[in-house]
Design a protein around this ligand. Structure first.
Ligand code: URA
Length: 196
């Protein structure tokens, strides 16, 4: 039986499992629909998220919000979480020991929400979910099946802000996400019709 999200959140509130707890302002647990069909996973909170206690509310978040429309999604219908719940100082990369300490929370969130589609944003989320050492450039834009999930790796929005030549690729990947959602809905409807 999956744990309710609020119970998982309560466990993170005063988390001291790694040294990031000493420098964070807030734990950034995650936000959105607890029964989302699509769950997005980012890397770690940045400065704005650390202050606001919500993922993707800075520049990368504004860009993400604008891309969601290309997939026919609204922010309130998805769920968004990060690999790390606390901000690494100066936005440095997550360290292996931080990922190891923190990801049981993410695993519990994925189990609780039980989305059909996981969108992994950037290398850290993609490597964690697909259990691979391959980089995002070779994995993005294709649907990977792992367990009961369809996983769509996409560049991290911050990477496309930094390198504008990635924008058309981002837009195509969000359109692909829209088609994947439509396909999964059709399959669900067919299964429903057969069962009726
Ligand atoms: N980048 C991330 O990976 N996550 C956030 O919440 C914000 C920026």
């Amino acid at each position: 039986m999956a744990q309710p999200l609020d119970d998982i959140r309560a466990e993170t509130t005063d988390c001291r499992l790694c040294a990031l707890s000493e420098t964070r302002t807030n734990v950034v647990f995650g936000v959105g629909n607890p029964h989302a069909e699509v769950m997005f996973i980012g890397e770690a909170p940045g400065k704005n998220e650390d202050l606001g206690a919500e993922p993707f509310i800075g520049a990368a978040g504004q860009y993400l919000n604008s891309l969601l429309a290309l997939a026919g999604l609204k922010r309130e219908e998805i769920y968004i979480a990060n690999v790390l719940k606390c901000r690494p100082p100066e936005n440095r990369d997550p360290r292996p020991e931080e990922i190891e300490a923190c990801t049981p929370y993410l695993r519990a969130q994925v189990r609780s929400i039980a989305p059909e589609i996981l969108v992994t944003l950037g290398n850290f989320a993609t490597r964690f979910i697909l259990k691979t050492d391959r980089g995002i450039t070779g994995l993005r834009g294709q649907v990977h099946i792992t367990g009961r999930f369809s996983v769509l790796p996409i560049f991290h929005p911050a990477a496309a802000i930094y390198d504008r030549s990635k924008e058309p690729v981002m837009e195509n990947d969000f359109r692909l996400l829209g088609r994947l959602i439509a396909q999964r809905r059709r399959e669900r409807a067919e299964r429903g019709a057969q069962g009726a």
